[in-house]
Design a protein around this ligand. Structure first.
Ligand SMILES: [Zn+2]
Length: 375
């Protein structure tokens, strides 16, 4: 099939009403392995995990460094990646993950490696899939560290959801879907309804434990010595308004939180694609042998950063053409064509990836600032 024929049939496929639902389903269940192919031989990474629960596995990726890699095709108990760091004097946990089951598994696995005190558990940002397992850490007397705004953002959004019922909360989104004038618009709007419903239900069923140790971004970078293991916490911008990354410079390992995704379209509900792309450009300046543990997806090297930047470039390019042609943003974002090379990318929903990113780009190009969204 020639490229253009392929593209045409893809457009036709995307325009099909029922088939789009199938696309989202396929994305949600696409298989995911913990290691990107070029890194299989990286000597820092243990080929065998020390634990594999299906929904997540944990493996050594350096001296005292462990990565938890979630596999959503086998369950959402972890949903995001994380890990832990073990020095001579203390340990540190990374991410509260999506549930207490995931966080308990991560803590239990840490305890199979060391009995040293855990100095902190760090949430890289406020999103539910990185924080809902926090009660496990709180219950174990482990301080929870995060960007200074995380506790407030969690209570403002998730605390509010816990006082609401799903039907009322989701009604305006369902109306948007039922009011849609084309099949494609309806499918996109329904993908937003599904994503929000999933988030709302997950949060409703959980107990919130807020970080008790706020980290001021103005005081970053912050250096922590776990005993022969130096960890640097840095503040970044672009995905959630509260993003932190953890670097272990001596071993060229970085835990990026959601500043870096692998195999997913950027989820931009609370983000800013201009600042996000700048953060990614900064990651690209790290050493060429850097090992990245992304917030979601496989462990990778610089090729992972390059791929995500290229995906952002593609969205920006398509958006810019429409912007320059005077196409209104809500029409333009519906016309975005997923390139062949990203067709296997997971998409939380259309509106919270492509739609919101278009809106943000349009706003930036016309010198406006969009309001912060409370979901
Ligand atoms: Zn996130």
């Amino acid at each position: 099939m020639s490229k253009s024929t392929d593209e045409l049939s893809r457009r036709r496929f995307l325009a099909g009403a029922s088939s789009l639902g199938a696309v989202y389903t396929a994305w949600n269940f696409a298989p995911l392995s913990a290691l990107a192919p070029p890194l299989v031989d990286d000597p820092r990474i243990a080929q065998q995990p020390i634990v594999d629960k299906g929904y997540a596995s944990i493996r050594k990726i350096g001296e005292g460094l462990y990565a938890t890699i979630a596999d959503r095709t086998k369950g959402l108990q972890a949903r995001c990646n994380g890990g832990f760091l073990v020095g001579r004097d203390a340990a540190m946990l990374i991410e509260g993950l999506n549930t207490t089951i995931g966080a308990q598994m991560q803590l239990d696995t840490l305890r199979t490696v060391t009995q040293l005190p855990v100095r902190a558990a760090i949430d890289t940002h406020w999103h539910f899939d990185h924080t809902l397992g926090n009660p496990v850490y709180g219950g174990a007397g482990i301080p929870i560290w995060a960007h200074a705004d995380v506790a407030a953002r969690m209570s403002a959004v998730y605390g509010k959801w816990q006082t609401e019922d799903l039907a009322t909360f989701i009604a305006p989104w369902e109306k948007r879907a039922s009011d849609a004038t084309t099949d494609s618009r309806r499918d996109h709007a329904q993908s937003d309804v599904r994503a929000l419903t999933g988030m709302f239900n997950t949060v409703s069923q959980s107990i919130l434990a807020l970080p008790n140790h706020p980290l001021e971004p103005a005081k970053m970078p912050m250096e922590i010595d776990l005993g022969g293991l130096k960890v640097v916490i840095e503040a970044y911008d672009g995905h959630s308004g509260t993003d932190l990354i953890l670097r272990v410079p001596d071993q060229k390992v970085v835990y990026t939180g959601d500043i870096l995704f692998r195999g997913l379209y950027p989820v931009n509900i609370n983000g800013d694609p201009v600042r996000w792309r700048a953060s990614l450009a900064h990651l690209a300046t790290f050493d060429k042998d850097t090992l990245f543990v992304p917030g979601h997806g496989q462990i990778c090297g610089q090729e992972g950063v390059a791929e995500m930047r290229a995906c952002f470039d593609d969205i920006a390019e398509q958006a810019e053409k429409s912007y320059n042609a005077g196409v209104p943003v809500d029409v333009a974002s519906e016309r975005y064509v997923i390139p062949e090379r990203y067709k296997n990318y997971l998409q939380l929903s259309w509106g919270f990836t492509i739609g919101r990113t278009y809106q943000q780009f349009y706003a930036a190009w016309s010198g406006k600032q969009l309001p912060i969204l409370n979901y």
